[in-house]
Write a protein that binds this ligand. Structure first.
Ligand SMILES: [Zn+2]
Length: 293
């Protein structure tokens, strides 16, 4: 069986092509930025949890008195901000927005920055150093402790995600909580003190019992659940006997190149399928299966 290529390129990935100039040096002047927010035409991404407020299919970006985080300026010099909103009707999950293409792609690409920043502020009202309250500064890129004066900065959590290959076969696993028949690349959070290569080797070994050798970087993707950066890799396996960690995976198997391509295309004869084109798992798996790396 020959399966047609499903390769849809980097542009299909959600969140990777933000059109905004973040204008970092201007953020320290919060007072003048706040004036601009009120005076100039501004766009506002209103976030509640993992959802965005839409009205009639568009971002609901009218100004309110809430605290705003600066995202950047687009090519027409329109300033973009993010703000938190309370639970209400009109909230649409970000996952649904990128899966169904409910907003223009350049607006979808802004949502990871907006959601990750708002989520960080939500969870950092108190100082990790002394427990006192913190206040927002630098238009959302710093929180300052009112008591011990410590500064806190928004975090990004690196995750390694690997397409593992051996002799034209590809290692995919599935977690028990996933929808039936879905398989994907292995992935896991990096730990302090690890290189990217070491984290990839440890995760693959822990989850599947497979050893890997050479690791090659392919691409990365911000992933706002809540603030990850997915580091997409292709790794060569140096062993083939799978021993899954049942706490991590329900199943892991070697799939042929044609199996993988048909799973990506959602045309597999047994109804198996892999991640959607908006996720980096799809991208790195396509790269590996089509021999692009
Ligand atoms: Zn403090």
């Amino acid at each position: 069986m020959t399966v047609k290529s499903t390769f849809s390129g980097y542009d299909a990935l959600a969140f990777v092509n933000s059109p905004l100039d973040r204008m970092g040096p201007l953020r320290v002047d919060s007072d003048s930025m706040k004036k601009k927010l009120r005076q100039k035409k501004a766009r506002i991404v209103r976030i509640c949890g993992e959802s965005v407020l839409l009205r009639e299919g568009k971002l609901d970006d009218h100004y309110t008195q809430s605290e705003h985080v600066f995202l950047g300026a687009d090519k027409s010099d329109t300033l973009w901000f993010a703000a938190q909103v309370a639970e209400q009707s009109g909230l649409v999950p970000i996952r649904q927005i990128y899966t169904d293409g409910l907003l223009p792609k350049d607006e979808i690409d802004i949502l990871a920055q907006a959601r990750s920043l708002i989520s960080w502020h939500e969870r950092h009202a108190y100082c990790a150093n002394c427990g006192s309250s913190t206040k927002i500064d630098d238009m959302g890129y710093r929180r300052h402790c009112t008591s011990c004066k410590a500064d806190h900065f928004p975090r990004t959590d690196p995750v390694v995600i690997m397409a593992v290959e051996r002799d034209g076969k590809f290692l995919l696993g599935r977690q028990a909580s996933w929808p039936d028949n879905m398989y994907s690349t292995l992935a896991g959070f990096m730990e302090p003190g690890e290189t990217i290569e070491q984290a990839a080797g440890r995760e693959v070994k822990e989850e599947s019992g497979i050893d890997i050798g050479q690791v090659r970087y392919v691409a990365s993707q911000p992933w706002p659940y809540p603030s990850s950066i997915m580091i997409g890799l292709v790794a060569e396996a140096t062993s083939s006997t799978i021993r899954i960690d049942p706490n991590e995976l329900e199943d892991a198997r070697w799939f042929s190149r044609n199996d993988v391509l048909s799973m990506l295309a959602r045309e597999h004869k047994d109804g198996l399928y892999a991640s959607r084109p908006q996720a980096i798992a799809h991208y790195i798996l396509t790269h590996a299966a089509e021999g692009r790396v």
